[in-house]
Design a protein around this ligand. Structure first.
Ligand code: HEM
Length: 327
């Protein structure tokens, strides 16, 4: 299965797989999801304000991308709980570790992947996805490369779950954490909401939700004075590049109005993130709701950060949102 995912292929196979997924992320597709995303952001911020002191990860940063992906995949509200369990478990497949607990957890992931596959195949067989505004509906309609098989469509669904959930959760968590620590920056956005798109780019730079990924060199490659030999395993650090003082002034400072156009938080080159416009749309929708309704984001306990060396973000973020008074 993993061999068919666009993220881990190169050259011709990569171009072919990327072309298969692209029709799902056109401007038209994104525009058709805007309302859903805005509504989800409004609902989740509402819930969080009503909850008072709570864990923002449970209330907002995890449900937001999961529910967006469920919505754009056409998963109905009534199936969300099952969908969440299966997707949480099945995406752990990529974290395989060769220990007893690793094998047990991989067995659970595989069962979840089988359940998720059965679920999608049933939905595809129903026929109601064809012609719909969902990702799979669009792919069924716009497939350029002959008809996509149900299995290929299922792999694409899994790809979106793997690539789009934890990354966006980390971006949203990093954003709340930053504004709780830097209330002046939050006030700046409240004063000038037009800065929201720029501020989100700065969050991607500053947080770098994917800190690093490995590559293998296929030829000798010269960087500055060093030649990396062909066949080397190289850790590319997006996080370090995004804090490079040669590229950004005062890189360890978050500046909501910086507009860091050259950040590499969504990668660079042929593998540039396909979901970047969707992630931006989600984060902008959440930030718009916050600045509209919340005067201050206050931390009520220490933030716990993930220990994953690549995917960095808060896993517990106790905060309270202070709502504007309704005068
Ligand atoms: C803040 C959120 C996100 C961040 C920081 C992020 C970051 C990245 C990065 C750094 C890459 C490049 C990987 C590489 O060089 O090998 C990538 C690729 C990718 N991302 Fe995202 N991503 C985010 C959200 C999303 C979302 C929401 C989706 C889709 C629902 C998505 C889908 C993809 C796909 C399909 C690829 C593979 C592209 C390829 O290999 O050609 N991402 N992402």
């Amino acid at each position: 299965m993993v061999a068919d995912l666009v993220v881990v292929t190169d050259g011709e196979q990569h171009s072919r797989l990327r072309k298969q997924v692209q029709p799902a992320f056109t401007k038209g597709a994104l525009d058709s999801w805007r309302n859903i995303i805005d509504k989800l952001a409004a609902g989740l911020v509402d819930d969080m304000i009503a909850a008072g002191n709570c864990d923002a990860v449970q209330r907002l940063t995890m449900p937001m991308p999961l529910r967006v992906i469920a919505a754009i995949l056409g998963v109905p509200e009534s199936d969300i709980a099952d969908f969440r369990r299966w997707s949480d478990d099945s995406t752990q497949l990529i974290n395989f570790t060769p220990t007893v607990s690793g094998v047990v957890s991989t067995a659970r992931s595989m069962r979840a992947a089988v359940a998720l596959r059965r679920y999608f195949l049933k939905h595809l067989a129903d026929g109601h996805l064809k012609g719909s505004d969902t990702v799979l509906g669009r792919l069924l309609q716009h497939s350029t490369d002959g008809a996509l098989t149900d299995n290929q469509l299922f792999y694409i669904a899994i790809l979106l779950l793997i690539a789009g959930n934890e990354t966006t959760t980390n971006l949203l968590g990093g954003m709340l954490h930053t504004y709780a620590e830097e209330p002046d920056q939050y006030d700046m956005i409240r004063d000038k909401p037009d800065l929201i798109p720029q501020a989100i780019e700065e969050h991607v730079r500053y947080t770098s939700p994917i800190q690093n990924l490995y590559r293998y060199t296929r030829a000798d490659y010269r960087v500055g004075d060093v030649t990396i030999p062909s066949g080397s395993r190289v850790l590319m650090s997006f996080g370090a590049a995004n804090r490079d003082p040669l590229a950004f002034d005062d890189p360890n400072t978050f500046r909501a109005d910086r507009n860091p156009r050259s950040h590499v938080g969504f990668g660079y080159g042929p593998h540039l993130c396909l979901g970047a416009p969707l992630a931006r749309m989600e984060a902008q929708a959440v930030l718009r709701e916050l600045v509209d309704r919340v005067t201050r984001i206050e931390m009520t306990g220490p933030t716990t950060w993930s220990t994953n060396s690549s995917l960095r973000g808060p896993i517990h973020l106790p905060v309270v949102l202070h709502a504007k008074s309704a005068t």
